[in-house]
Design a protein around this ligand. Sequence first.
Ligand code: SF4
Ligand code: SF4
Ligand code: SF4
Length: 390
Amino acid sequence: MNGNHFSLILLATNQCNAACEYCFEDKTRDHLSIERLGLIVDKVLDHMDAHRIGAPTIHWQGGEAMLLPPQWYLEAFALIGEAAAKRGIQVDHGLQTNLLPYGPEWDAIIAEMFDNSVSTSLDYPNLYRKLPGRSPEHYDALWASKVRMARSAGIDVKVISVLNRATLEIGAERFYEHLVDALGVTDFQINTPFPGGEANTAKQALELDVAALARFHCELADIWLERGAGRDVRIGPFDQLVNYFTHRDATLPCIWGQNCADALIAVDARGHVAQCDCWVTSYPDYRFGNILESNRLSELLRDSPARRRFTERPVHLVQRDCIDCDYLALCHGGCPVRTYSRHQSLLEKDPYCELYKRLFRHIEDQATRLAGAGAMSPPTTNQGEDALGS
Ligand code: SF4
Ligand code: SF4
Ligand code: SF4
């Protein structure tokens, strides 16, 4: 594992208050104790020292991360800050939450630990997100009230939205109007769905027509470029693709990374280590090991046959499926978990390949046109990771 930035997805609890039908996590009642957190943090920082990685970000999530109390995060923040200071490094923290347990008691720790910002999830229309025994409409209303409450406390609320068949039916115009104009969300990321974890009826219905999905992406990108980009509205991945195609610094989502195994790992509340949140709870055969049972994280990662399957994937794809692609240097074969949940193999290219190609071409054309017209003022940051869902 090389490079100067490292992301740790840390599942503070494997428990969740919601019961989203498409959830890829195999939830349990486990949560991290402060003592176990200390052991994990020491091993992660040792690993970073060994590989000269200087800038870690911990993405806190679950299950539902807010099921642990604010006081727990206060202790966790102090513990991590102390351990990092001894090594002369700084750890950044991000919080991915469904926001439903949020109340004013969270405000102080969100300000101190998370820079007064949270990332949450909203699909529109919402088909799958709900509380146990309740409707998606009930979820949406509760979520909206929590967002209002958080914003009134000065918290910046970012959104991840997973597209579904109803989103494609209403189209890009209504989707943009709802999120940006009606809900006032000005920083969001759209994700493609995948049937991760145990199969069920909802997950069987997640597959979308790729041509329709590509059309939706391109139309939404155009609406954003016309109405939002100049007004500080950020939509990932469009904003970062514009940056990429205009040779600016771009923070592309992990699905297009050179190899996600080089950039992040996930650790769940039992200490299991895997590639990201979906793998760590739902695919036991693909776990890299258990950090609490291992002396060193570096050895665990180095010796893991499961991790080797991830590190070898891009080379395999480049030699076979992606070698002639114009966007190989941007996409690298796409996301392993989207591939695996469709093909039960890592050694295929991402099932959204055709969407990516059409979107890349469209944004490249638009970025070239706008740069030529001197009309470019895209934002330069986004939420960074794709793996983060709650
Ligand atoms: S979402 Fe896909 S690309 Fe991102 S870390 Fe997980 S497997 Fe890798
Ligand atoms: S767009 Fe398709 S062919 Fe090109 S690198 Fe990505 S997965 Fe491979
Ligand atoms: S998708 Fe997130 S919020 Fe919904 S049940 Fe799964 S872990 Fe909980």
